[in-house]
Structure formats: C-alpha cells, structure tokens
Design a protein around this ligand. Structure first.
Ligand SMILES: Cc1cc2nc3c(=O)[nH]c(=O)nc-3n(C[C@H](O)[C@H](O)[C@H](O)COP(=O)(O)OP(=O)(O)OC[C@H]3O[C@@H](n4cnc5c(N)ncnc54)[C@H](O)[C@@H]3O)c2cc1C
Length: 407
C-alpha cells in the first residue's frame, strides 16, 4: 500500500450492517475495540428500516445478549409478542404435538419481535463517531454507508481494503456479515454447502376472528407448509411455503381472494382471516460455509450459517456467534495479544460449528421429511409427531432450545 495515501486504521472492518453486523460492532465497542461498518444501503434505511414481514422468534439467551447490548430496552413492550406454546399438526388430522403447553404468561416459550424493530433498535443502540475520523479511538465505530469493498489483500499482520469510493482501510481483522449470499465470503475464497429447497416462503400479518391463545402453529399439509406466529390476540403472522409456480398464483390473487384462500387453508380454525399488511416472499436457500475463518478473516451471521427459517434459529445462532467472537477479541485485546491470531479464529470456528452444525442438520432433515408428500414420508411424520407427543425428551429438546437461558 502507498504510504503517501491517507489510510483509515481500525481494529475490525465489518462488511454488512444488518442486525448481526450492528450487534457485533456494538459488542466490540463495549470491549474497547474500534470498528468500521460498511454497508451498501444508505444510513436512513438502517435507521428506519422498512418492514420485511419477518417476525423473529427470540430465545431467552438471545434476549439476554440483546439486553447486554442495550438493544432489548429499545424494543417497546408492545412490540414483543409472547409465545406460550407451539402446536405441530400434520395433514387434516386434528392430532397435534404440543410443545410447552404449560408455559405461563411469566415464563413464555419465546418472544416474537418484528425484524424491522430489532434492526431499528440495534442501530439506535450503537454509539457512533464522526464518519470523517481516520484513526478512531478505542471502542469507536466508523460508518461507511452506500459503500462496498472493491478489493482487499491479506498480509501477516493486517488486512488492507479499498472501498469503491477509493478510500483505503487498514484493519487487523475483516469480518463478513453480508447475508447468506455474501460476496465478501466469495472474495475470501470460502466455499459453502448450499441447499436450494425449490420452494418460496410467504410471510404476511393477518387479522382473524378467533384468538390463537398466544400459541404458534406449524402445520404440514400436502403440497404446502403453514405456520402461524401469534402477534396480538386477533392478529398473527401467517407463513406459507409453496412451489415458486404456486406462489406466483398466490401473489396474483386479489386481496379478497387472498383472504378467502388463507382462511380456507387454515380450515377455518381461526374464523375469517383478513390481510393486515403486504405479503413478502423469500426463495428458500440454506447455506453452511465450509470454513468460518481464514487468515485475518471471519464470517458471522447468515454469511456463516444461513438457516432454513422453519425452525426459527438463524438470528439466534448468529447472536451467539457474534458474542463468542467479540468476547475472544476483547480478551485478546485486554491481554495485549493479536485480536486476529489464527488460534483465536480457530477457536471461534470450532465453538460456533459445534453450536450450529447439529441444528442445521436437524433443520434440513425436518424440511426434507415435511416437504416430501410420498406415502412413506407421510407415515413417518405421523409417527414422529405421535412419538414426539408421547416422549417428553423430544419435546423438552425443542422447548429447551427455545427457552434456554445463557446462565
Ligand atoms: C421469513 C424469515 C423468517 C425468519 N425467522 C427467524 C426467527 O424466527 N428466528 C431467527 O432466529 N431467525 C429468523 N430468520 C433468520 C434471520 O432473519 C437472519 O438470520 C438474520 O436476518 C441474519 O442477519 P444478518 O445481519 O446476518 O444478515 P442480513 O439481515 O441479510 O443483513 C446483511 C446486510 O449486509 C448488507 N450487504 C449485503 N451485501 C453487501 C455488500 N456486498 N457490501 C456491503 N453490504 C452488503 C445488506 O445491505 C444488509 O444490511 C428468518 C428469516 C426469514 C427469511
């Protein structure tokens, strides 16, 4: 790098200021580590994000992490929907596996918060410094919005990056938090195991006449998967998974026809249903990076593990990962050690893979079982549901993950 050119020096350069990148910068800042957040979106879009229809089911452990980052206190109580339990149905059968049906009002199974609200709170919680500073102090965060990396080069002691604006950055560590389709991960040369599920997911808030009793439903019918996430007493987020062709037809329906169709898909169990917001569609792709680290490089959030949303773990696992990495970096800094040593990065990778690989594999297995409508799979899932209902360990495993506390 030409020494005569102005260079901005930070400890960590983070590509992607989604909920994970924002929380990671926040966690680093609390450890006295400086960082630069680089995102292709304008700051205004991060400050006040548009609705993307996602309702994020947060575990207790996630709520505790968000609390430590001063994000949870910025989520208004009215925006937190408590989930008392969950029911899993198969086909037209009225039999349901009930998960934590006894969770009380004060001890809910989990909590649902719109993704837009989490992103807004994560942005607000992050302390910012002047974007012009070329050498931020300990714990200060610099912003580069509407920017992407043009190229970067990794050396023994640092990573040198050039932004599309031409600005040069010198960092100890480069972290990719730029989604499951991460271009930074690709530029790092890290391959992924990618699973195209051949289906699209629709999410849409709906009003309904009958109450849901603060219970989430997961309903595996034939040719469709339906879920219901409780918001208000008479409002839920409906999640519908269909083939791309069927999804096109669904989205082409008039509002009245859409409402009638969803009411009918739920078998009238919630009475008449009416659209409360615009539907959003997501093509379903899961990814698992072959490595989570490289020389002075790390992946966090969906860039490392892009989960299928059916088990609602993506953000929860991402939060665990960013806390893990920020703690390791903070400890190294406190001891005057390299914050991106290969041993530190390998430890992050080992622990985060242990935490994510079993859930990623289990989620793929569930998706495979419940999207296969051939007779053997149908019989197997009926058996799994009944076995799960009878076997407390199975339900405890599912409920335990949702209710887990980090203590
Ligand atoms: C329908 C649905 C429901 C879900 N429900 C749950 C749930 O209940 N519980 C749960 O735990 N998880 C859930 N998830 C998963 C959760 O939403 C994700 O895990 C989480 O959003 C990942 O955050 P992220 O910051 O890693 O990535 P993203 O949210 O994808 O953010 C990436 C950021 O990177 C920026 N960016 C991208 N490319 C570049 C680039 N080249 N240069 C600069 N910036 C770039 C983008 O502008 C964006 O700001 C759900 C997901 C979906 C789709």
């Amino acid at each position: 790098m030409d020494d005569s050119t102005a260079v901005t020096r930070v400890d960590v350069a983070i590509v992607g200021a989604g909920p994970i990148g924002l929380c990671f910068a926040n966690a680093l800042s609390r450890q006295g580590v400086s960082a630069m957040l680089i995102d292709r979106q304008p700051r205004s879009a991060m400050m006040n994000p548009d609705s993307d229809g996602r309702e994020i089911a947060l575990t207790r452990s996630s709520q505790q992490i968000l609390d430590k980052l001063d994000v949870w206190s910025r989520v208004e109580p009215a925006e937190r929907a408590r989930m008392r339990g969950a029911k899993v149905f198969d086909g037209q059968s009225l039999f349901a596996m009930q998960i934590a049906p006894d969770a009380s009002k004060d001890e809910p199974l989990g909590c649902l918060v719109p993704n837009r609200v989490i992103r807004r709170a994560a942005y607000a919680a992050l302390q910012t410094t002047t974007p012009q500073a070329s050498a931020p102090g300990p714990g200060e965060i610099l912003w580069r919005d509407e920017q992407e990396i043009a190229h970067f080069q990794t050396g023994d002691t640092a990573v040198d990056l050039v932004l599309e604006s031409g600005e040069r950055i010198h960092a100890s560590l480069l972290v990719a938090a730029d989604s499951r389709f991460s271009t930074t991960r690709r530029a790092m040369g890290i391959p992924v195991h990618s699973y195209q599920h051949g289906q699209h997911m629709l999410v849409c808030r709906m009003h309904h006449d009958e109450p849901h009793d603060q219970t989430a439903w997961e309903w595996f019918g034939h040719g469709q998967t339906l879920a219901l996430l409780p918001v208000d007493t008479h409002c839920s987020s409906v999640v519908l998974t269909l083939s791309p062709a069927d999804m096109e037809k669904q989205l082409a329906l008039s509002v009245e026809a859409f409402d009638a169709d969803i009411t009918q898909r739920f078998g009238g169990r919630l009475g008449a249903m009416r659209r409360a917001a615009e539907p959003h569609r997501y093509p379903l792709v899961s990814v698992y990076a072959e490595r989570f680290v490289g020389p002075r490089q790390a992946l966090i959030g969906d860039a490392a593990v892009g989960m299928h949303p059916v088990t609602a773990h993506g953000f929860n696992l991402g939060l665990q990962g960013l806390s893990r990495l920020a703690d390791l970096i903070g400890d190294a800094r406190a001891q005057g050690e390299d914050i991106a040593s290969s041993s530190l990065l390998r430890r992050y990778q080992r622990e985060q893979r242990l935490a994510t690989a079993p859930l990623f594999a289990a989620t793929l297995a569930i998706v495979g079982l419940y999207t296969d409508d051939r007779t053997p799979a149908r019989l197997l899932r009926k058996a799994v549901l009944r076995a799960g209902e009878a076997a407390w360990p199975v339900k405890r495993l599912i409920a335990g993950h949702l209710m887990r506390s980090s203590n």
